[in-house]
Write a protein that binds this ligand. Structure first.
Ligand code: PHE
Ligand code: NA
Length: 447
């Protein structure tokens, strides 16, 4: 199929980009606070099960749709099943990735602000116990959060502007291995702390009563989708730049294993530190922004180095994820509005950045009184996507590949014809994944 579509330079380039999309704020900021709030090890176990039972089969499904469809998230459905309602899966994807990027850029902006503040020495100079104020003053400002969101988004737009090979692939080639090295070094450091034993047992020794909590399962499925970049067209879009001969299941296996390792290693960085300095693990979304700076502060001069490495690493991880989120809209706009990449990037990038402003100003800033369904704007968008449109998009994708697409074609596309794995995969996306997701959607709707 030589349709003039951009291509990854190599299979490795594609895997790196997919891993870059997966590994992000979800593994570090979101994984640590959700794990902390959901009780630690029991959540981790259910989460890992969701990753392999629901996440992996859906990821293979998204890769197949993208490679076969050879188009953006909406166009791919249309190419495979013209005129069928399955296209809703693509539309949900474009919508969800747009919404997520609008607040993802805000939180990534906070990360860049912390990096900057540690580099200038401002964050290092805060008194012990003063980081809650430091953080709250920053996110409650009327210009700061918007400035840092804009700065982060400008970098994202700049990279997507240069296209799949030059921009995305090159940046991931440099960033991903660097990220892995820095994270492992940080984890090694954390393991020498006094609270290492307690932190590790929080993370790895389950409290069995938590298995009876439905909310833990809902949190685990939501986190699995978010962390693997599923249900929003990102993986469909990336795999549409693949040539025919790439083995999809092994690529998906790589992404899933690496993403899970990054999350667990991030947990090994964070929880020993949390317990060493007697901080509550269920501190919520502020965990890495308030608690860790307190921890870094107590470490003296070495703490600033630790902090700079940490926020640098989180910023880089957020960057490659945000790139993939923007690429979903850019790819859609290019086809739908018949624009070239540069115009489409500027259009989609600017619109999504502007749409993020109300989120940036909603966390104690001028728009914090403006709530819908009792939620500030950022929380509202987060809830809509994480609890509803993401799982729904994932379900449509699984059902489409499992039932809507003819079985022979679906298996041929994944290269799993006549294999046991192929049969198992097919039944996972036909039944197990949709049933699990449907259960979670109902839970979220009625609780
Ligand atoms: N998976 C990314 C993370 O863990 C977030 C993301 C979601 C990126 C959806 C792209 C698409 O941070
Ligand atoms: Na992730």
């Amino acid at each position: 199929m030589s349709n003039g579509r951009e291509r990854w330079a190599s299979k490795m380039g594609f895997i790196l980009a997919a891993v870059g999309s997966a590994v992000g704020l979800g593994n570090i900021w979101r994984f640590s606070y959700v794990t902390g709030e959901s009780g630690g090890a029991a959540f981790l176990l259910i989460y890992v099960l969701c990753i392999f039972l629901v996440g992996l089969p859906v990821l293979i499904a998204e890769f197949s749709i993208g490679r076969r469809g050879q188009a953006d998230a909406v166009g791919a459905f249309n190419n495979i099943a013209p005129g069928k309602p399955w296209i809703i899966g693509g539309i949900l994807g474009v919508l969800t990735s747009f919404l997520i990027l609008s607040f993802y850029g805000v939180i990534a902006g906070w990360v860049v602000y912390f990096l900057y503040s540690y580099l200038t020495g401002a964050a290092g100079a805060v008194e012990e116990g003063g980081y809650a104020d430091f953080f709250v003053n920053f996110i409650g400002g009327s210009t700061g959060p918007v400035f840092w969101q804009f700065l982060f988004m400008a970098i994202v737009i700049g990279i997507v502007f240069f296209g799949v090979k030059k921009g995305i692939e090159l940046s991931n080639r440099i960033f991903m291995p660097l990220l892995a090295i820095i994270l492992i070094v940080l984890a090694g450091y954390s393991l020498t702390l006094d609270g290492a034993g307690e932190g590790l047992s929080f993370l790895f020794t389950p409290d069995w009563s938590a298995f009876g909590e439905p909310s833990v399962y809902a949190a685990a499925v939501g986190q699995a989708f978010f962390t693997l970049s599923l249900g929003m067209g990102a993986m469909i879009t990336y795999s549409s730049y693949l040539p025919k001969d790439t083995k999809l299941p092994s690529a998906a296996g790589n992404v899933v294993v690496l993403d899970t390792l990054f999350a667990i290693i991030a947990g090994i960085v964070i929880f020993p530190a949390v317990f060493t300095f007697a901080v509550e693990p269920d501190a919520g979304p502020a965990l890495i922004f308030i608690v860790l700076p307190e921890v870094f502060n107590q470490m003296g001069t070495g703490g600033t180095v630790f902090a700079i490495l940490f926020f640098f690493l989180v910023a880089i991880a957020a960057l490659s994820s945000a790139i993939s989120l923007l690429e979903v809209s850019v790819s859609y706009v290019m086809r739908q509005m018949n624009m070239n990449r540069r115009k489409a990037t500027l259009l989609a990038g600017i619109v999504v950045t502007l749409f993020g402003i109300p989120s940036a100003l909603s966390q104690g800033g001028p728009l914090s009184e403006f709530t819908l369904f009792g939620l500030p704007f950022l929380d509202l968008i987060d809830t809509i996507t994480d609890q509803y449109t993401l799982p729904l998009g994932g379900m449509v994708i699984a059902l489409f590949v499992g039932w809507g697409w003819n079985k022979v074609d679906a298996l041929k596309e994944t290269g799993l014809t006549d294999t046991t794995i192929g049969t198992v995969w097919l039944w996972f996306i036909r039944l197990i994944a949709p049933a699990g997701i449907a259960w979670i959607l109902l839970l979220n709707l009625f609780s």
